[in-house]
Design a protein around this ligand. Sequence first.
Ligand code: SF4
Length: 758
Amino acid sequence: MATTIQIAVRTLVEHVYRSGSIDSKFRSQSTLLDGTRIHQKIQHTYQESDQKEVYLRTDLSFKDLVFTIDGRCDGLLFRDGEVIIDEIKSTSHHLEHLGQEGLPVHWAQAKMYAYIYAQDHQLQEIFVQLTYVQVESDEKKYYKQCFTLEDLEIFVHEVAESYYPYAKLLHDHRKARNNSSKQLVFPFESYRAGQRKLAGAVYKTISEEKSLFVKAPTGIGKTISTFFPAVKAMGEGYLNRIFYLTAKTITRTTAEEAAERMRSCGLCMKTVTITAKDKVCFKDETKCQKDYCEFADGYYDRINEAVLDIVSNENSMNREVIETYARKHTICPFEFSIDLAYAVDAVICDYNYIFDPRVSLKRLFEDQKKSTVLLIDEAHNLVDRGREMFSASLKKYSFLQLKKEFKTVNKIVYDGASKINAWFISLKKNHPEQSEFTLEQLDEELVELLTQFNEGAELFLQKENAPNLLELYFQVNAFLKIVELLDDHFVIYGEKNNNDITLKLFCIDPSKQLQKMGKNYRSKALFSATLSPLSYYRDILGGQEDDYSLSIPSPFKEEQTDIFIKPLSTRYRDREKTKEPIASMIHALVQNRPGNYLVFFPSYQYLLAVYEQFKKEFPGINTLLQGAGMSEEERELFLAEFKPNQSETLIGFAVLGGIFSEGVDLKGDRLNGVVVIGVGLPQLCYERNLIKDHFNQKEKSGYDYAYVFPGMNKVLQAGGRLIRSEEDHGTIVLVDDRFLQRQYRELLPLEWRRFTVI
Ligand code: SF4
């Protein structure tokens, strides 16, 4: 029996008819927004007998496949005996760009609808009309053509023929994938304590279409315990795609290894890893324009062949593999990885490809989301990452600069920048006293000015290259996007800095937006060793009443760790006088218990002060110092110094919450002890205080939300570097008198609560 493949008209024609180059030089951001308005406006002009948004569907047999193709055409018009399929397209480009004929992909879409309608209604001929509308001027251009049913049959056959190799490849692969996933057993000899429970919970969550929040200790193997059940759920037909989302590159590697391990046990699964554009770019500058970058030039002419090539030959499409095929086909490795994300079974990538409204994968349609699970690793990071993704700011200085630059170049851009600059000046004047101040609401006038500015910028950028204008244009667009989200989860504030002033739309509580962006996915599993307190993370990460929660106890024995608390004040005012006792304490520790240590400090300044003190007093002991802005290579060299069974002690001085306090895996004797100085509280600042006030007003514990919980998270992460297997043994010293206070003590993991005060 032939297999049915469901596909939307638009997806089908966009796949077959894509052509041309990547061009970030200028792409109108307003098209989509105005598109809806313009569609409705045109549809309003239809006659009474006409129909709009007509649903059309057909089954098309081709070789051993049946394509079920469907979609909604914008208009079905009846004029003087003619039946016309109307397809409306809005554009911010001048209409002359369309030439004599319009764009092939638009014709293809409309012809596909025409074919379905003509076939259904036994029409021997039918008209197709493309209605283009210029968004700023409202100018219209029509293209109209008559097709016989025979013409359309030939056309549809050609489309199916072009799409068939890709569809067949995916179809055959998915069949093999589902069969192999059914056979797959857990890819380790046995489950570690806690792993089975976690895997079971993830499977249940997916089968019941729920979400799950998990606190599971470091070292139990969270990646495989979440990835494996998701793969099993795929075999059972619950899922078609898995997104493994991480905040850091290092955790992406762990996910790649887990996928590889399952493959080595017989699983037939294709994965792609998305690496950030600026990292993977082949050129010196990330200027995605066809006249600068050969990998952008003609990208869409070559992409289908490249996708077929890589998907036919590779299972693990990591950065290296993608780069190899990208060079082979002369295509951009970043855009290639994004295109592959729609073809593979599992995507390993940063949070922002799902949650950031500015970069999320736009082509994941709602029906695809329903068969997709999000596995969100180290989910505690999503709080601040969420805040960043949903916030935006603008500086007065940028407009002032542009005003100067465009004075003699373009009047529209010059006027636009001048007016916004003047708006900022009056904002400053209205708040003469404070360096920071909040605004009750955003001035409508500013939104109007920014919209006009961008319209002017669009017109200019269509014709000319202007890097500064382009950059500000994107910033304004991002800002206007966030304006649309504003509600009581945001605070609008101004900040004066020397002569400049910044206006920020600050998303204080990302829960609502995270919930919105994660909506419609079949399931989500958010997990971390430090999702603690779980109720706080559920609240701020957009959890809902009926979501599941799971807390897995540590599989390691209490005797594996000796916990000490040194009740010294590490508050800012006491730092100068504590550098000596801390240096002495570290020395006494390594004298009694020689080995490899990491000592984490709440600030770089404090770190340097103690480090210098320590070197002065104990110059004979080997030390390492975390540098400011270390490269990946320097970071690797730093960690490589932590060798097992060293005869001499080594102490690494590092920053709490920095690159060495999370995601670092120093197993066994590579690390014997961790010292954490302070309770990790973020520095007192205006933004943190806004968070505090906001949650206090919501009758939650504002100080905990703004300071204590994020701070203690860093402490737990740093301490979590130590015991990572059943064989590890080590020492944790917590230096701060606040660790003895109930508020902080209760946030320590159970296995840390049997401590000795020193
Ligand atoms: S290779 Fe670099 S410059 Fe070229 S399109 Fe890709 S990201 Fe842009």
